[in-house]
Design a protein around this ligand. Structure first.
Ligand code: GLU
Length: 420
């Protein structure tokens, strides 16, 4: 995991070589501002008490309150939380949101808990981190294996702690509790808008359009749906239990139904023309677009030379390791980087926070058109930085974010303790 943070920081150093930033700016951005670790004790349904490790990291808040999801995963750890919070810092800067970066996690397999246990654990998290979070301080949201229901419990717990409704403390809430329309599919929608906008530049406009989706949670399944609607052929889909392939194209809705019914997209395997393949075979499928949508480190030094996609779009956070990134670059495969491509989620989270604070709610059309405008503007900016400086899209995204961060850090003044 040390490698994960090291890899993330290497992108910062790469970007620093292509833009002029004060060394103190880099000194500030190399380390998290704050990381809190705790153990949450909850009552299980059988009457016993169990403890779970939990973290919240506020990486950098120069540009605004820290923002980022909470992940429930059996392998969650401090290093991963810090890295994810680092990425959030740059993601919010790429999209120009008035937020810094944060992230949280509980080391748990949520599928092993009852609904009651899950609710007690989620409330315990808010209780433990109540002094750290807040609508002007640190604003959590969903991430891997957390959802609107969990955000609703957390908003409720925080509101009862402070003694009044406080919806702006958390985003990704259920609509009746102040959630925003359009938050549910925002991560995939944002990625889809960027892809469409840069389609011609990426050489995807003409010819066949085959896509492979790795990971079929919220982001992956919505992306498959948007691509399918736009005429793409989804030739491969995987989830944590297996992968399916059909050269004639898979039906994303049927795959989702199979996953809901059997627990995996491989439940579709017996139907006509659908074969199961291994995870490694899925990543090596010939296609125009590969969309890693699950966890970190999926494309690494050991398999990057097998990728046969024309373009990779990172809907997950950190799915391509720094080593693999260099291999793909040498092989001429452009990567639409996570801090741009999956920023749709946090962008609509920002809209939710704004709506909560103004107490006035937008239509779905307003959410979509504002999201589209941001994704296209920042996507275009990253593309032109890459062209002008002749650097990869990821480095260009970091250059873009770094210049915004650096302006903010310098504007805070140089003698302050607050901004460092
Ligand atoms: N967990 C999402 C991400 O990694 C969303 C964060 C948010 O909405 O604050 O971007």
């Amino acid at each position: 995991m040390q490698d994960m943070l090291k890899g993330a920081l290497s992108h910062l150093e790469d970007a620093a070589r292509h833009t002029s930033v004060h060394p103190e700016v880099l000194e500030k951005l190399r380390y998290p501002k704050e990381l809190l670790t705790t153990r949450l004790m909850i009552r299980m349904d059988d009457g016993s008490r169990r403890s779970f490790l939990a973290w919240r990291c506020r990486y950098d808040d120069t540009r605004g309150p820290t923002k980022g999801g909470i992940r429930y995963h059996p392998e969650a750890n401090a290093e991963e939380v810090v890295t994810l919070a680092f990425w959030m810092t740059f993601k919010c800067a790429v999209t120009g949101l008035p937020f810094g970066g944060g992230k949280g996690a509980i080391q748990v397999d949520p599928h092993q808990l009852s609904k009651g246990e899950l609710e007690r654990l989620s409330r315990a998290y808010v209780h433990a981190f109540a002094s750290l979070i807040g609508p002007d301080r640190d604003i959590p949201a969903p991430d891997v294996y957390t959802n609107a229901m969990i955000m609703g419990w957390m908003a409720d717990e925080y509101s009862s702690l402070v003694g009044h409704p406080c919806p702006a403390v958390i985003t990704g809430k259920p609509i009746p509790l102040g959630g925003s329309l359009g938050r549910e599919d925002a991560t995939a929608r944002g990625g889809f808008y960027v892809l469409n906008h840069l389609e011609e530049e990426l050489g995807l406009k003409n010819g066949s359009r085959r896509a492979v989706i790795q990971g079929y949670g919220n982001a992956g399944s919505y992306m498959a749906h948007f691509l399918h609607e736009a005429g793409w052929q989804i030739v491969g889909i995987s989830d944590s239990r297996g992968a399916i392939y059909n050269p004639e194209g898979l039906d994303p809705a049927a795959a989702l139904q199979a996953k809901r019914k059997t627990g995996s997209v491989t439940g579709l395997a017996d139907s006509h023309g659908v074969n199961t393949i291994s995870q490694e075979e899925l990543l090596a499928l010939e296609c125009e677009l590969l969309v890693p949508s699950a966890l970190e480190d999926q494309i690494h030094a050991g398999n990057a030379d097998k990728i046969r996609a024309k373009v990779v779009l990172e809907l997950a956070n950190g799915p391509v390791t720094a080593e693999a990134d260099r291999i793909l670059q040498q092989r001429g495969i452009p990567v639409l980087p996570d801090i741009l491509a999956n920023a749709g989620g946090v962008t609509v989270s920002y809209f939710e926070w704004v709506q909560n604070r103004q107490g006035y709610y937008w239509t779905l059309e307003e959410v979509h058109s504002r999201l589209k405008a941001i994704m296209e503007k920042e996507g275009r900016r990253v593309w032109s930085i890459a062209q002008t400086k002749q650097i990869p899209l990821r480095t260009a995204a970091y250059v873009h974010a770094l210049s915004r961060l650096s302006e903010a850090i310098e504007a805070h003044g140089t003698q302050t303790y607050f901004a460092g």
